[in-house]
Design a protein around this ligand. Structure first.
Ligand code: NAP
Length: 500
């Protein structure tokens, strides 16, 4: 099958930064190697540092040097990169950028198509968008698209203000808000697993599912991002975007078509059906945590409050778990538990769908325990599915034994699985907004999360730090499920045995 090879000039604002180096350059390189870009493309890097084209190209080469490729290929790839040093608040410099992109259109045979990728702090988003429009950079014969990184606002009012600034210059269908979880293979696979299997979809409701658990845990702490994290915390950093997006994909109705509009409309309905909480109810549904010191992989590690740029009395949550209720016909009464945190025992993003027990079990296993059927979707680092069933292993036995059916998506050649950013950049070039977040989703997610922030920012957590580094979070998080008669299922390695 031949790939579509979209032609465009990609302008990266913040080309000297961490995101560009670690994610964007390697992703564009992988697209190039996968033959998804023709030779007709160029990348213009913008930042204040007085680099030259050659300096940017050297940095691009370094960032892709770990790929097994000939020097000639890397050299050829890097030759598509250009650098323009300027402060994005300086209006005059946009004219030079305009001339450069127009001359690159001619040189690379690009019909005026532009991606403006804002890999910079959000405070600049509005200014850049206005300057691009006012200085005529969006008025070309082709299309113009704006790619925006998280965080999109700090709460609903600030997100709304930011959105209004951007919308002065770009229409909603030109704005691609990145949620990189939506670029992950197994997150995109949620819809396929649900809607392509007669086995699951008829059971995907409150008749058969007892609860759903979504965990996204990291072993890393906040490291040197203390300043950013102090004002964000796990709620804004993870729940408002990635966790709620996964909830929406798991709970939405089947779309009538696989178009961005139809899928989004179903996701929005889930977010609208989330049971809204009053500030007083927050602690009945949500648990906050902050890591203390502990031992991780045999090493002693410091607590959050001891980190750089962190208030020694900090009230910031590095862990959140919560119970979400979706008040509609399909999900009435089914808790969806979410859990995310730093410095936890496992690095894993895992979804566990627990099915209800049979009304009567004829085949208890030896220890008289019931082993419910589970569908486990492994998002990262492993990618795959495990189905937990019961069967007889010993001929003639009257008891059952839990067995696992495993499918591993990335056990072969990992290089063949596209990275999240690689997919998302390609989708943006193709004009496919399915895996980007629409403003309606952003707005509803912020409104939901704002109540929790309000409750937690108005009362100081008395028990912080309340979980040890290297654990799976505070005990209150276990109690949240225990009150409903459930417990957290293991995630990561503990729940994945592809060789079995
Ligand atoms: P970063 O390393 O601090 O880079 C910021 C970039 O902005 C640098 O290239 C800097 O270059 C440039 N810059 C700053 N002020 C400027 C100005 N006035 N005019 C022109 N350029 C300016 O940040 P980052 O980690 O790459 O993150 C960028 C964005 O992506 C942020 O919104 C962040 O939240 C988001 N994000 C990052 C990651 C990640 O893994 N890094 C993940 C998710 C989201 P000069 O100093 O040379 O001007």
């Amino acid at each position: 099958m031949t790939n579509v090879q979209p032609k465009s000039i990609i302008v990266i604002f913040g080309a000297t930064g961490d995101l560009a180096k670690r994610k964007l350059f390697p992703s564009i390189f992988r697209l190039y190697k996968a033959n998804k870009l023709s030779e007709d493309f160029a990348v213009v890097g913008v930042a204040r540092r007085p680099w030259t084209n050659d300096e940017l190209r050297e940095n691009v080469k370094k960032s892709v040097s770990s790929f097994k490729n000939s020097d000639a290929d890397i050299e050829k790839f890097a030759s598509h990169f250009y650098y323009q040093p300027f402060d994005v608040t300086d209006v005059a410099s946009y004219q030079e950028l305009k001339s450069l992109t127009e001359s690159l259109d001619e040189q690379y045979n690009v019909p005026g198509n532009r991606i403006f990728y804002l890999a910079m702090a959000p405070e600049f988003f509005g200014t850049i968008a206005s300057n691009l429009k006012n200085e005529g950079l969006t008025q070309t014969d082709g299309w113009s698209r704006l790619v925006i990184e998280k965080p999109f606002g700090h709460d609903y009012p600030s997100a709304k203000e930011l959105n209004e600034q951007i919308r002065h210059a770009f229409k909603e269908d030109q704005i691609y808000r990145i949620d990189h979880y939506l670029g992950k293979e197994m997150v995109q696979n949620i819809e396929v697993i649900r809607f392509a299997n007669a086995l699951f979809e008829p059971m995907w409701n409150n008749q058969y599912i007892s609860n759903i658990q979504i965990t996204s845990s990291e072993t890393l702490g906040v490291e040197d991002r203390g300043r950013y994290y102090e004002s964000s915390g796990a709620l804004r950093d993870m729940v408002q975007n990635h966790m709620l997006q996964m909830v929406a994909l798991l709970a939405m109705e089947p779309p009538i078509k696989l178009t961005p509009e139809e899928i989004r409309s179903e996701k929005v309905k889930v977010l609208r059906a989330l049971r809204s909480l009053s500030v007083d109810e927050v602690d009945d549904y949500f648990v906050r945590g902050q890591y203390g010191k502990g031992v991780l992989e045999g090493e002693e590690v410091i607590g959050y409050r001891e980190g750089n740029s962190v208030d020694p009395e900090s009230n910031t949550a590095t862990f959140v778990s919560g119970k979400l209720m979706i008040d509609n016909f399909r999900w009435a009464g089914v808790p969806i538990y979410i859990r995310t945190g730093k410095r936890m025992k496992e690095k894993a993003t895992t979804i566990v769908v627990q099915f209800k027990d049979l009304p009567m079990n004829l085949y208890f296993n030896k220890d008289k325990e019931i082993h419910p059927n589970l569908l486990v979707i492994h998002i990262q680092p492993e990618e795959g599915i495990t189905l937990h069933l019961n069967a007889r292993k010993t001929p003639g036995a009257t008891s059952s034994t839990p067995i696992n059916l495993n499918y591993c998506n990335n056990c072969g050649d990992k290089m063949n699985t596209p990275e999240a950013y690689e997919r998302l950049i390609y989708d943006c070039m193709l004009g496919d907004a399915t895996n980007f977040t629409h403003w309606d989703e952003v707005a509803l997610s912020w409104k939901f999360v704002d109540t929790i922030s309000e409750a937690w920012e108005s009362t100081k957590a008395q028990n912080f730090p309340n979980y040890e580094s290297g654990s799976m979070g505070p005990k209150e998080s276990d109690a949240l499920l225990a009150e409903d008669g459930f417990h957290w299922w293991p995630v990561g390695e503990d729940n994945f045995s592809p060789k079995e």
